[in-house]
Design a protein around this ligand. Structure first.
Ligand SMILES: NC(=O)C1=CN([C@@H]2O[C@H](COP(=O)(O)OP(=O)(O)OC[C@H]3O[C@@H](n4cnc5c(N)ncnc54)[C@H](O)[C@@H]3O)[C@@H](O)[C@H]2O)C=CC1
Ligand SMILES: O=C(O)C(=O)COP(=O)(O)O
Length: 630
């Protein structure tokens, strides 16, 4: 039994995020004048006891004297505590189930509310060591069982002496009384648990500071440890992505920094050091130089649709997987396009400018309904085809042109040449992507081929349209109006000024790249992209990655998952399997997918492996990245 390992875990502020008696006080005095006053007294007494400044029994007696609780209140308390379990405890539920014989809850709190909470995690009732309340016949709490060593000063030490555990004892807690077990020589290691509260005096005594359970498992090389504690994963989010993204990633246990604007190349080269996950929108230009400056980067999330701002090849070369949000703002762009088409056809921008100039111009000249008009969509992808559907519902006659074969939705007509579309349509709306060949794709020549009096809408990418030619076409009246949301050069953030490239045109809508800027879209994106990030980190699943071969896998129970990213050359899988054979590993499952540049192999093996296996895997020629998930 000598190599048995016990985990002695504190309850208040460790297993749960809170001190239970604080919550009990809130329950008892909610809505009364006493709430703040009693709450503060309880908290002060708890802090004094936790910091070792007041004897435990004294603190307990004084706290209970302030609380007139009943059995029912205690039941309500455990219900609330179930919702307040520490995030990393929740994430590691399977650890508690697997280690149920070795996990002990040792707390100076009360079994009455602790047991229902920890039992849900598979912890055995006989392994819960805590005080118990005494009640009178009206079920009112009258005090506590004074014969319990845990109600005494240095009670945890006394209890641990009585238990005389044979094996390695690890103590995990936030308080001084937890440290005392280690001080008394009854534990090998004291982990100061700082996920919920950091007590400097306790921290000073810690063998290891752990601000999550993952850190503990990682530090003891527990077989269930992920390759890297989540709390050490650094995420940098730029361009003011929605706060929900930050919260979601923080709940997963990552360290997240959110900045307002984009960063330029040099700033980003500096800031990217140590970052594992980068989140950007359309303004951050992620160059090869930045990717090469990154020393930890494993994945990039584009919190938008377009990925033209990212050097995807550089990311692939460095084994960095890129995800985007391919549909989360589609509808917002389409609604804006519809609105702008109607406004331009009615000359509303022009009328508004006239009103600003104090001109009254009530006239139908040059104003049209959209019903029955011909809409030409260039780029019939997700946005283009969605626009097609909504425009038809308004009675428009839809034509489209795309470089690849696309299914015509509804009654839309596919045209096989761009010229035909330009010669046919009253409204032309651009929805191509930002691939390099689309730079200056829509030239003066195309504009001149549009019907006289037609309108142009560009919500795609700035460099796609030749704006000088558009200015001339609008000035000469060849086009009757335009809406431009994207520009060849856009400011990094809202503090920069912007000199609009088109000017002195009445029937013109200029907007600061807000096609996808609705709260709905940003919330959708903030849910979708972090979801992809977390899935990639947790399972290796690259489904929806824009540069990695797409592999989707469930989480593996009871085994190790190894991820190998390599240049796509022949024979790598054979070499990997030779390594597995050499180390006698039993392969539970293996998945290989390649694209033109890289191969991505996910191998699940059974529990045991030697560290040399990992070295041998990394030594395979053409390996780009290798990591163990868990
Ligand atoms: N203004 C804004 O805030 C937003 C702008 N966008 C832009 O809209 C673009 C399109 O988005 P999705 O429809 O989701 O992308 P998508 O990839 O589903 O569709 C793009 C379509 O354009 C076609 N295409 C590319 N080049 C072409 C060309 N030269 N001629 C004809 N067809 C061409 C492609 O074959 C594809 O079908 C994004 O790439 C992004 O640049 C996206 C969201 C918001
Ligand atoms: O989704 C896109 O591609 C967009 O252009 C929207 O970009 P944004 O997130 O508003 O910078």
């Amino acid at each position: 039994m000598a190599d048995k390992r016990f985990f002695v875990i504190d309850f208040d502020s460790t297993f749960t995020k809170v001190e239970a008696l604080d919550i009990l006080s809130d329950i008892l005095y909610e809505g009364t004048d006493k709430k703040v006053e009693v709450g503060k007294k309880i908290k002060d007494l708890t802090d004094q006891a936790m910091a070792g400044e007041l004897s435990f029994r004294e603190a307990l007696e004084q706290r209970l004297a302030l609380l007139d609780a009943t059995k029912k209140d205690v039941e309500q308390l455990s219900g609330e505590l179930k919702l307040l379990v520490s995030e990393s405890v929740k994430r590691n539920r399977s650890f508690f189930t697997n280690e149920k014989d070795n996990v002990l809850i040792v707390s100076s709190g009360f079994k009455d509310f602790i047991t229902p909470v920890v039992k849900d995690f598979g912890i055995k009732e006989e392994n819960i060591y805590a005080n118990t309340f005494t009640y009178n016949d009206k079920d009112e709490v009258t005090g506590f069982d004074a014969s319990n060593p845990l109600s005494e000063h240095k009670g945890k030490v006394k209890l641990m002496k009585e238990l005389a555990l044979e094996g390695e004892v690890l103590v995990i807690g936030d308080g001084y009384t937890d440290y005392e077990i280690r001080e008394a020589g009854l534990a090998k290691t004291f982990f100061a648990f700082t996920e919920n509260i950091k007590r400097e005096k306790v921290l000073a005594k810690a063998d290891v500071e752990a601000n999550s359970f993952e850190e503990i498992l990682h530090s003891i090389k527990h077989p269930m440890a992920t390759s890297f504690p989540k709390s050490k994963i650094k995420v940098l989010l730029l361009e003011n992505v929605h706060q929900d993204a930050k919260l979601k990633l923080e709940q997963e246990g990552y360290q997240v920094e959110l900045l307002g604007g984009a960063l330029d190349e040099d700033e980003l080269c500096e800031k990217i050091k140590g970052v594992h996950i980068l989140g950007i929108r359309s303004k951050t230009i992620l160059t090869r130089k930045v990717v090469e400056a990154a020393d930890r980067l494993m994945l990039v999330g584009a919190f938008c649709i377009g990925t033209n701002q990212i050097d995807l090849k550089a990311c692939t070369d460095h084994g960095v997987s890129v995800f985007n949000a391919p549909f989360s703002n589609t509808r917002s762009v389409v609604e804006m396009a519809i609105g702008e088409i109607i406004l331009l056809m009615r000359q509303i921008p022009k009328r508004m400018r006239q009103m600003d100039r104090k001109e009254w111009s009530k006239s139908a000249n040059g104003s049209f309904e959209v019903r029955g008009k011909k809409l030409g969509i260039i780029g019939y992808g997700n946005i283009g085809s969605q626009l097609s559907v909504l425009a038809e519902m308004l009675g428009m006659d839809v034509y489209y042109y795309d470089v690849v074969e696309k299914l015509a939705l509804g009654n839309a007509t596919k045209l096989s040449s761009l010229d035909e579309l330009l010669a046919t349509c009253d409204v032309v709306s651009l929805h191509v992507d930002g691939r390099p060949s689309n730079k200056k794709f829509f030239t003066g020549e195309h504009i001149n081929k549009m019907k006289k009096g037609a309108v142009l809408v560009n919500l795609a990418r700035g460099p796609v349209v030749e704006l000088d030619a558009l200015q001339i076409a609008l000035e000469t009246g060849h086009l009757s109006g335009a809406a431009i949301d994207v520009f060849p050069v856009e400011p990094k953030n809202n503090n920069d000024t912007f000199d609009a490239p088109l000017s002195n045109i009445d029937n013109l809508i200029l907007t600061p790249h807000i096609g996808g800027s609705t709260l709905e879209a940003q919330e959708n994106i903030a849910d979708f992209v972090p979801g992809k990030m977390i899935e990639y980190v947790n399972t290796g699943s690259s489904f929806n990655s824009v540069n990695f071969p797409n592999v989707q896998l469930p989480r593996l129970e009871n085994g190790h998952r190894l991820l190998h990213i390599h240049r796509n050359k022949s024979g790598i899988l054979a070499q990997m399997n030779n390594v597995f054979a050499k180390h006698g590993c039993n392969i539970l499952g293996q998945y290989l997918k390649t694209n033109e540049e890289i191969g991505y192999v996910i191998t699940d093996i059974d529990q045991s492996y030697q560290p040399e296996l990992l070295e041998d895997m990394r030594a395979i020629e053409d390996t780009i990245k290798f990591r163990i998930l868990y």
